[in-house]
Ligand binder design. Sequence first.
Ligand SMILES: *Cc1c(COP(=O)(O)O)cnc(C)c1O
Length: 438
Amino acid sequence: MTGGRSSSEAGTQSSGAATGGGRGGSGAGSAGGAGRDPLAFLADEIEELKRASLYRPMRVLSSPQAAEVVVDGKELINLSSNNYLGLATHPRLVKVALETTRDFGVGSGAVRTIAGDMSIHEKLEAELAEFKHVEAVLTFQSGFTANTGVIPVVTGENDLIVSDALNHASIIDGMRMSKAPRVVYPHKDIAGLRELLRTAREKGRVDAGGAPYRLILVVTDGVFSMDGDIAPLPEIVAAAEEFGAAVMVDDAHASGVLGKNGRGTVDHFDLHGRVHIQVGTMSKAMGVLGGYVAGSRALRDMLTQRARPFLFSTSHPPAVAAACLEAIHVLLEQPELIDHLWANTIYFKGELRRLGFDAGVSETPITPVMMGDSAMAQRFSARLFDEGVFAQAVVFPTVALDRARIRTIVTAEHSTEQLDRCLAAFVKVGRELGLVQA
Ligand SMILES: *Cc1c(COP(=O)(O)O)cnc(C)c1O
């Protein structure tokens, strides 16, 4: 039941499809041939990607992650990180990480359920639960593994997952790992969502003579990671409640950004107690690394028994957990960081639009500058690089083929002077490449 899948989601699911790949070419025909590299098709596929402007070279930072960075040896203003609040280099987090490393070493040495559950992991989860106003939290190695961990645990063949068309790749992978069928509603389309929920309730399970689903789970990003728009969570919750469904929100880009002290979209919309599963990340605004699932005590307990990334992958180094804990304290004690982030966001987005750029539907610090095709996006990004601005192009399969863009994120650390230098570079390159009027 995957009908109605968006081009974006379909794209995310088959990265080789757009270019035809190299498999049909010289590489695969000689499978089994002696003396030939059996992985030779990879080089062919890479050439295809490069020809289609879809190959993304990695830029190497030789400085800390900050408002100004050294990338491939060049000093640039950084518009490409998720380090919204500058916590990646915050002195308090660095100090705690160093002290914890000295006291507890660099690694945890085991998965949580064997011998890798340290007091700092438990302390972090207890404080996160309090911060999020939920019963319990379980942390994962990343936001990605939080999603791929939780979805197959709470859903199975008797259930239905209802997913926004632009949900993050880790949600898509989590759904693929679940035995539950899924249906996709058009991005933020509440009428479409309600229709799917109504049908699911009326028809029940087609494979089981119309028996009712055990669980219908509506899943959405809180802030959509490529367009920077916010999910209409009050309407989603209302629809879910009407049809007896549960709601899961992935707040990776809302953690530390939206809600009081950065508690996320549930707090932003005052929906405490009405969203059953909240996923968050500690890798973005919190500046460190990790993901978590926040919800009921039973949810946490079940995840400790069944979530595969939790059971079969080593827990965070103690310094990582300690730095995440300190990040919560900084969110609570320095709310001015979030205020500054939003002041910069409003300024930068407003100026970009005033200058004639298409910032799409963004309403958060994630501001895409729409380019259309991949070649333009890559060229624009390369020219910004020359002009001293680090702003990466995002192309297929991260976004749909015809939705290539430069994705910018301002942080609390940027000065107005830095943002003005970025805007000047955007105007210069935009005129040069004919994207805005001269
Ligand atoms: C970045 C992101 C993740 C993954 O978080 P990590 O901690 O980096 O693994 C999950 N979901 C969404 C919506 C994201 O934007």
